[in-house]
Design a protein around this ligand. Structure first.
Ligand SMILES: [Fe+2]
Ligand SMILES: [Fe+2]
Length: 184
């Protein structure tokens, strides 16, 4: 991210200097302009691709759970924006806290439903939730003590992979069972 910004800055400076030295009629400054536009477009495309997008196949067929999952994707995207644009400790911390807080709320909702309806795989599912919370808390504790030496980009990737795999795997497994119990 920083490297891309520096490169775009250098291209802009290049364009400015060559415009001053060679004038508007020379092709070289325009090459710098084209390269700058290309670089900005590429950076936008690259960053957009990293964000999570809801797909219908993620649905577990239970409205409240789908709503939670969509909100969690949005919160991960917000955390990613804070990390990607290096918005500083306060924003990164705030985005992370909102994400973890809502993850807990969502896990509680799922666990209550599974427990209430006697879902047979309730315990291993709850254990997965516990392990995930423990891992993100460990990452954040390290960030709090060591600051930005901790690569938060790794935390974002971990959260993205974990959430998508969990929604699309483990959470799908209770879908049929809970729906058959009248949950919708
Ligand atoms: Fe879930
Ligand atoms: Fe779950």
């Amino acid at each position: 991210m920083i490297l891309t910004t520096l490169l775009i800055g250098a291209l802009l400076v290049g364009a400015l200097i060559t415009f001053i030295v060679l004038g508007f009629t020379h092709f070289v400054p325009w090459l710098f302009v084209l390269a700058t536009i290309g670089m900005v477009a590429w950076a936008n495309f690259r960053d957009k691709r990293k964000f999570l997008v809801w797909k219908d196949e993620y649905s577990v067929g239970i409205e409240a759970i789908d709503r939670d999952h969509k909100k969690l994707l949005n919160l991960i995207n917000q955390f990613q924006t804070a990390v990607l644009y290096r918005t500083g400790r306060e924003f990164e911390q705030e985005a992370f806290d909102s994400l973890v807080e809502y993850t807990r709320t969502h896990f509680r909702r799922e666990e209550d439903l599974m427990e209430e309806h006697g879902y047979p795989d309730f315990e291993p599912h709850r254990e997965q939730h516990r392990q995930m919370i423990a891992q993100v808390e460990a990452c954040m504790a390290q960030y709090m003590s060591e600051g930005r030496q901790v690569p938060l980009e790794r935390a974002v990737s971990f959260l993205q992979d974990w959430l998508i795999n969990h929604i699309n795997g483990t959470d799908q497994q209770y879908s049929e069972f809970l729906i058959s119990k009248g949950v919708h």
